[in-house]
Design a protein around this ligand. Sequence first.
Ligand SMILES: NC(=O)c1ccc[n+]([C@@H]2O[C@H](COP(=O)([O-])OP(=O)(O)OC[C@H]3O[C@@H](n4cnc5c(N)ncnc54)[C@H](OP(=O)(O)O)[C@@H]3O)[C@@H](O)[C@H]2O)c1
Length: 268
Amino acid sequence: MEKVRLNNGLSIPYLGTGTNTYGKENNDYNGELNGDFSALISAINMGYRLIDTAISYRNEAGVGETVKDSGIAREDFFLTTKIPNTDEYVKDKETVRQTIEQSLTNLQTDYIDLYLLHRPIDDEEKQKGAWEVLEEYVGKGKIKSIGVSNFTISDIKKLEQYATIKPAINQIESNSSGWNNDLVKYLLKEDIRPQAWGPMKVSDEHQDVLSKIGESYGKNWAQVILRYQTQRGIIVIPKSHNPENQKANLESQDFLLSEEHMRQIDQL
Ligand SMILES: NC(=O)c1ccc[n+]([C@@H]2O[C@H](COP(=O)([O-])OP(=O)(O)OC[C@H]3O[C@@H](n4cnc5c(N)ncnc54)[C@H](OP(=O)(O)O)[C@@H]3O)[C@@H](O)[C@H]2O)c1
């Protein structure tokens, strides 16, 4: 899998798997935890190494166990998790430290590759405290990269007033219902790598256009949209419970879209 360098010199795969419904009844985000990580096992066996979880998905521990049980070396994986913006996790610096320690325990690891603020924290002082603790953990070597999610340009500018480590990534929604282009351009210019969540949320109408484009390359609509994103510098973390779709998504990176097709997709 092709990798991209982050602003701290570390590398991350361009494509990984989301996990927000893994380990849950009916593959439902709010479903009861049922310990069924077969979709993640399938993804790992297929070659996925970038895995995106979050405290609010309630499945960090199951993700950690599945990664460990795979028998694949820890350093071959790139594990991302995220801290929620609520007081329970970010009330003060000590609470943030406890939250990170719990993530490390849940994920059964000595270090986390990427730790994100899941959303901006309304109280600026609390956000500053949380960011400072993330920086502290980078210093300790227990977190390799830190970043943000769902941050606007103005949120990033505020954070940069006190951050001594620049966010490596901003994980944002980007799909054909809204590419978030202004933000994407800003992030690329600032060397903060954009990462797209919800990359497969594509209307039937858009799927038809993407399928047509895919015919020239022997690729389906999903592969075309994933390639479009990575070809313009955006990391993608599609999530699937279906091994065939997981395989198709993994095979989205072995072709190049023409400039004309890139323009056409951008106009969707
Ligand atoms: N930072 C944030 O605030 C935030 C918010 C939302 C999500 N996320 C992260 O981003 C990840 C991805 O987002 P998401 O899970 O919401 O949505 P997504 O990956 O865009 O879409 C998932 C849906 O796409 C389908 N799908 C996947 N590959 C396909 C393919 N090749 N062909 C046809 N359908 C396909 C899946 O169905 P099948 O299972 O049937 O394949 C599933 O229903 C999450 O799992 C989570 O890790 C982060």
